[in-house]
Design a protein around this ligand. Sequence first.
Ligand SMILES: Cc1cc2nc3c(=O)[nH]c(=O)nc-3n(C[C@H](O)[C@H](O)[C@H](O)COP(=O)(O)O)c2cc1C
Length: 273
Amino acid sequence: MDLFEAIKSRRSVRTFDGKPLSKEDERAIMDYAANQDNPYGIQIEWRLLDARKEGLSSPVIVGTDTYIAGKMRRVPHAEEAFGYEFEKIVLYAQSLGVGTTWIAGTMNRQAFEKAMDLASDEVMPCVSPLGYSAKKMSLREVMMRKAIRADSRSDFKDIFFDGTFDRPLLPGAAGKLSSVLEAVRLAPSAVNKQPWRMVVCPDAVHFYERHGRSYVSDDGWDLQKIDMGIALCHFELSANECGFDTGLEVSDPGIKAEEGMSYIASCTYKEKT
Ligand SMILES: Cc1cc2nc3c(=O)[nH]c(=O)nc-3n(C[C@H](O)[C@H](O)[C@H](O)COP(=O)(O)O)c2cc1C
């Protein structure tokens, strides 16, 4: 797949053209999903779901009856692992011309969890429809995109920092990492909040989550950490594509961060020799 093309061209598709997902695309996506992993080594089971058969629905999705969903044991770092792995599948689907939308909230969750045979120690963080984009978005989709400013992203200098949070990183100063960071900037996030902040050092990039209001639910689940997993995925895949070897570590470098920000992970990078 052309990774950068997939990242740049992807957008959430909520209005599909009514054509069923082809068997060929279905097989390619499910084979790809079955062979993915994530840096946290957490196993995720992916299933294709038939909305008609299982009584599944999302009030924001029209024109497709096919969904993909994943479930996993509820363990530390489940959110980041899920974000990382599902985004790989989303980008692969995009490269095949198949539209997706990350959905954590707008669905009849109980029916989806039943269709996934969810056990009490498991979690099904998100689902996505799969299908082919309609030529025109529904009015609801247009309004929704406007309300969450889905077409805009934070400025580079507001999310990337040079060695310390006191020094914003300008695109021109990012050198060989500039297109890698740009790929992170364009990533999708829940309600387009883009909670990622990254401190760029010579051999590692440190990822921080900037907490929104009520970011953690009563049971300790942090939806924004899924966004962080998506950012880590965009960074690592793009860095590999640009000729860097990378590795993920969870080892707080002790960089001074303002209140409301928490350390998530570090991605080491080194030019391939
Ligand atoms: C973790 C996560 C959860 C999301 N949940 C929903 C959802 O429940 N319903 C929905 O319509 N969109 C949902 N989205 C899609 C975002 O609103 C969308 O990615 C963001 O506004 C950026 O727009 P874009 O994907 O078109 O670039 C979710 C995205 C992420 C990453």
